[in-house]
Write a protein that binds this ligand. Structure first.
Ligand SMILES: [Zn+2]
Length: 448
């Protein structure tokens, strides 16, 4: 299904850049094709015009950039985050943060994403108008940042999570209200509709702690009813929009798959139902594993792997649920990968404290996704899951979102966490970030 994506309208920029031949590149094209050396890529009018070999030479009249053997790859697509501006707590007595300041904080973060090679993000729920305001500001060319897709508010039922994430949900009860909630998001400029197919296990009144064995979510019922979820899909699809599911318990996962929703977010326990994974593969429904939020909830903020010490994050019960979710997510990631389910990068980092998506990429690899496949999940698979068919690969005709990094990201994926190794980032063919564009102060004014 071709879906409506207002984000793509809002992301259009004037293109005054001259064509450029990026040569002497190690190429990761975003697909399962092995990385190859000695590639050349022609960028023209914001798009990739040709993918060839360095030996082809530069076409006449274009600028040439020698990448010196650095790796050229598609811009990273982060399919699950919460685009919330945040500022540090300066302590008692300090002037309270003004509402608009947080929007600026989000803008700074969107700029910083580019610096880490992340050219597109999908907002899965935020507060107020921060996303819409930033998207509009980028449209007017006020700054360049990661292109942003958003669900607007999350369609939920009246539920305990509304209180915890007050302002992030549109609580709807009954089919008419669900329909209205969907329409409201479309009116605001949402790119897709996100529904709560189940509650969130990070919320104690939704986690099913008393009902469930810790190692499953069998007792966790769907949140919106099947009929309400059907209504959401019917209304969204009728208007040309995709629906994606927050789904932890298996009952909600199954309904989301029955209704052919486009992505399953979290889905930690799917390994217990292999036939659901098979159906996801058949129906081209992507899994977004979201390890990083569970690491945060487990008190393992900057760790990769669960061997390190934990810090208390919430109650003992909820911290324990997060640990169980990580273990289950590992089994599901491996089972989903084996079953051929498309996997899309998405850390679900609640506070955007880190500039990039590097830690989720490393966690996916740590938990069993081969490094090359983790890169596919971070580029073409994520773009495909979001309905961004012009993004995610280095192929003729695609939008020229291009990242050039020092080193081989399959051999050393940790480079994604190192700001200094992002040499050049192009968005729609325009240079927007990277060390190549930054002159250290020590070099400024030096006689050349
Ligand atoms: Zn989330």
């Amino acid at each position: 299904m071709e879906v409506q994506l207002p984000a793509m309208l809002f992301a259009e920029h004037d293109r005054a850049d001259r064509p450029v031949w990026l040569t002497n590149a190690r190429l990761f094209d975003g697909t399962s094709t092995p990385i190859r050396e000695g590639a050349g890529v022609l960028v023209e009018d914001g798009r990739i015009a040709r993918v060839g070999s360095a030996g082809d030479g530069a076409p006449e009249g274009v600028d040439t950039v020698d990448l010196g053997g650095r790796t050229l790859m598609p811009g990273i697509v982060n399919a699950h985050l919460h685009a919330i501006g945040a500022v540090p707590d300066l302590g008692f007595g300090v002037q309270p943060v003004l509402p608009g300041t947080l929007g600026h904080a989000l803008g700074a973060k969107l700029r910083e994403f580019l610096r880490y090679g992340v050219t597109t993000v999908r907002d899965m729920g935020t507060y107020g108008d921060q996303v819409m305001e930033n998207r509009q500001a980028m449209r007017y060319g006020l700054f360049r940042g990661a292109r942003i897709l958003t669900c607007g508010l999350i369609i939920s039922s009246t539920a305990p999570g509304d209180v915890i994430f007050d302002g992030m949900y549109r609580a709807t009860d009954g089919n008419d209200e669900v329909r209205k909630g969907v329409r409201e998001q479309i009116r605001r400029g949402a790119d897709f509709i996100k529904v709560m197919a189940t509650g969130a296990r990070s919320v104690e009144l939704e986690a099913g702690i008393n009902r469930d064995e810790h190692d499953s979510a069998h007792g966790m019922s769907e949140q919106l009813t099947r009929a309400e979820l059907e209504t959401a899909v019917e209304e969204a699809n009728r208007m040309g929009y995709a629906v994606v599911a927050h789904a932890e318990g298996l009952a909600g996962c199954e309904i989301a798959i029955d209704l052919n929703m486009r992505t399953i977010e979290h889905g930690f326990y799917l390994f217990q139902r292999p036939e659901l994974l098979e159906r996801m593969a058949e129906q081209d429904i992507a899994l977004v594993p979201t390890f990083s939020s569970q690491y945060v909830f487990a008190g393992r903020d900057l760790q990769v792997g669960t061997d390190g010490p934990t810090e208390r994050f919430s109650t003992r019960e909820l911290d324990r649920v997060a640990e169980v979710n990580i273990a289950a997510a590992e089994r599901t990631l491996q089972a989903a990968h084996a079953a051929g389910v498309p996997i899309a990068l998405g850390g679900d980092d609640l506070e955007l404290r880190r500039g990039g998506a590097w830690i989720e990429i490393r966690r996916m690899i740590h938990h069993g996704l081969p490094a090359h496949d983790a890169l596919v999940a971070s580029t073409s698979a994520a773009a495909h899951a979001l309905g961004l068919h012009d993004l995610g690969t280095i192929e003729p005709g695609k939008i020229a979102d291009i990242v050039v990094v020092d080193g081989d990201p399959v051999r050393e994926p940790e480079l994604f966490g190192d700001r200094d190794r992002f040499w050049l980032v192009l968005q729609e063919g325009s240079p927007v970030a990277g060390t190549a564009l930054e002159v250290p102060l020590s070099e400024v004014g030096r006689a050349s």
